[in-house]
Write a protein that binds this ligand. Structure first.
Ligand code: RNT
Ligand code: ZN
Length: 431
C-alpha cells in the first residue's frame, strides 16, 4: 500500500476544514478556538505501555504484580530505559498537542548497584530528566507499591506489620523528593500519583484496621516535616474497586480516597477502569468538582473488567471530556493515560490512545454547549435531542485533520507509515 494513501493532500484538507468551520460557525461554535484549546491541554504519556509494566529492576524469581497484568506477546517490548525513551520519543512526534511523560518509581536507573525502593533518589532518574528536558516536556511520577517482595502478601501502606509500613512510607517520601526534583529541573509541577494494591481476595473479617492504618501511613508520608513544596510535588491518590487477588476488598476504595483527598487537599485520581463494569465516571465530575479543586483522570478502557485496553474514541471518553467542557472546568482536569496492551505493536497502542484522547478533547470543545443549554432552559427538549443527534455526524473529521496539521503531526491515519517504518527499523530488531 502506498504510504501516502491514507489521507488526501493538505490542500484538500484545508478546503474541507473551511467548509467544516462554516458549518460549525452556523451553530456559533468557533473551530479555530477549539483547536487551539484542545492542543493546550497536557496529556501525560505513561511510560509503562512500552515494556508491559515490567519496570527496570532485576528481581530473583517471580514477583507478584499487584494484580496488574499486561497480556500478549507481540514482539518489540522495550527492554531498558533507553528503549522506552526511544519509543516515547516516537510517540511524541505523532501525537498533536502538549504532552508530558509519566514515570513509575520502578523505572529508576541505578546502574549496576540495586537500590531498594526506600532509598531511591533524584539521581536515579537523571536520565529521565535529561531526556524530558531535551524533549521540552514535563514529567509526572508514581510511587510503585507493587512488584516487590514486601508487597507480596497484598498489603503495603496498610500492612499489619509496622516494619512493612515503615518501608513503604519511606518509599513514598523518597518519591516525593524525586517528584519535587523533577518539577524543579523541568520548571513544571510534577503530579505524584499514589496507587496501592492493598486488599483481600475473600471475606475479610476486619475491613476497619487496614483503613485506619492507611490513613496513618499516608499522614506520615505527607507530613510537613519532609519539607516538600506541594506546589511542585502535587500528590494524588487513586481509588480502585477491585483487583486480581483483591476482589472482595480494596483498602483504598473510592469512598476512602474521595474523603481522604478532600481532607488532606490532595488530587483525587479517577481511573476509568476502577468502577463497576457499567458505571461510567462522567456523572461524577459535576458532583466531585463542587468540592475538589481539580481531579486527575487516568484515561483507560475497561472491557468487562479493569482490563486496561488501549483507549479509543468512544462514548465514555467523549462523555468525560464533554462534562469538563460543559461545566467550564477543563482547566481543573489533569489528564494522564493508563493502559497496557502487549498483544499489538506497543508504539501504535500509545499513538492510538493518545490521539484518541486528544480527539475527544477537541470533540468536546466543539460541543454547542450554549445552544443545548438554552434549549434545555426553554424546555425544548426535543430540539436539544435533535441537536445532540445532529452533532454525531457533523464534519468533525475535517476539524481533527486540521488540528493534527496545525500541530505539525500527521493527519488521519498517515501516522501509520511512521510506525510501520519504526517497527521495521527498531522494534523488530529487539529480539
Ligand atoms: C492500577 C492503577 C495504576 C496502575 C499504574 C501502573 O489498577 O490503575 O494506576 O495502572 O500505576
Ligand atoms: Zn490507573
Amino acid at each position: 500500500m502506498n504510504a501516502n494513501c491514507y489521507v488526501p493532500g493538505d490542500g484538500q484538507l484545508e478546503h474541507a476544514y473551511h467548509m467544516a468551520r462554516e458549518w460549525y460557525a452556523a451553530y456559533e461554535v468557533d473551530t479555530d478556538a477549539a483547536i487551539a484549546r484542545a492542543l493546550e491541554v497536557p496529556i501525560s504519556l505513561h511510560c509503562w505501555q512500552a515494556d508491559d509494566v515490567q519496570g527496570l529492576e532485576t528481581h530473583e524469581g517471580n514477583i507478584d504484580g499487584g494484580g496488574i497484568m499486561a497480556t500478549g506477546g507481540y514482539p518489540g517490548r522495550a527492554r531498558n530505559g533507553d528503549e522506552i525513551r526511544q519509543d516515547l520519543t516516537q510517540v511524541l512526534t505523532l501525537t498533536p498537542g502538549v504532552l508530558r511523560a509519566n514515570i513509575h518509581a520502578f523505572y529508576a536507573e541505578t546502574g549496576s548497584t540495586p537500590v531498594d525502593r526506600d532509598a531511591l533518589a533524584p539521581e536515579h532518574f537523571a536520565r529521565w530528566m535529561d531526556w524530558a528536558a531535551a524533549q521540552k516536556i514535563g514529567l509526572d511520577f508514581n510511587t510503585t507499591f507493587f512488584a516487590h517482595p514486601l508487597a507480596a502478601d497484598g498489603y503495603t501502606l496498610s500492612h499489619a506489620d509496622p516494619a512493612v509500613r515503615d518501608f513503604w512510607v519511606a518509599h513514598g517520601v523518597a518519591c516525593r523528593h524525586i517528584a519535587q526534583a523533577m518539577a524543579e529541573r523541568l520548571d513544571s509541577p510534577c503530579v505524584l500519583n499514589h496507587w496501592i494494591p492493598d486488599g483481600a481476595k475473600d471475606s475479610p473479617a476486619d475491613r476497619w484496621s487496614p483503613r485506619t492504618r492507611l490513613v496513618a501511613s499516608y499522614d506520615r508520608l505527607l507530613a510537613a516535616e519532609h519539607g516538600i513544596d506541594r506546589a511542585r510535588c502535587v500528590d494524588a491518590v487513586e481509588s480502585k474497586l477491585f483487583g486480581l487477588g483483591s476482589e472482595d476488598y480494596v483498602v483504598g476504595s473510592f469512598e476512602f480516597y474521595s474523603a481522604f483527598a478532600l481532607t488532606r487537599k490532595l488530587l483525587l485520581c479517577l481511573d476509568m477502569g476502577h468502577f463497576h463494569p457499567t458505571e461510567t465516571i462522567h456523572d461524577k465530575l459535576s458532583a466531585l468538582l463542587q468540592f475538589h479543586e481539580r481531579l486527575l483522570l487516568h484515561v483507560s478502557r475497561p472491557l468487562r473488567w479493569d482490563s486496561d485496553h488501549v483507549v479509543i474514541f468512544n462514548d465514555d471518553l467523549r462523555a468525560v471530556f464533554q462534562e469538563w467542557v460543559r461545566g467550564g472546568a477543563l482547566d481543573r482536569a489533569v489528564v494522564a493515560m493508563d493502559f497496557f496492551d502487549a498483544s499489538i505493536n506497543r508504539v501504535a497502542a500509545y499513538v492510538i490512545g493518545a490521539r484518541a484522547t486528544r480527539k475527544a478533547l477537541l470533540y468536546s470543545l466543539l460541543d454547542p454547549v450554549a445552544l443545548l443549554q438554552a434549549c434545555e432552559q426553554a424546555g425544548n427538549h426535543a430540539r436539544k435531542l435533535a441537536l445532540v443527534e445532529e452533532w454525531k455526524t457533523m464534519p468533525f473529521d475535517a476539524v481533527w485533520h486540521w488540528c493534527c496539521l496545525q500541530a505539525g503531526t500527521p493527519p488521519g491515519a498517515a501516522w501509520l507509515s511512521a510506525v510501520d517504518a519504526y517497527e521495521r527499523d527498531v522494534l523488530a530488531k529487539r529480539v
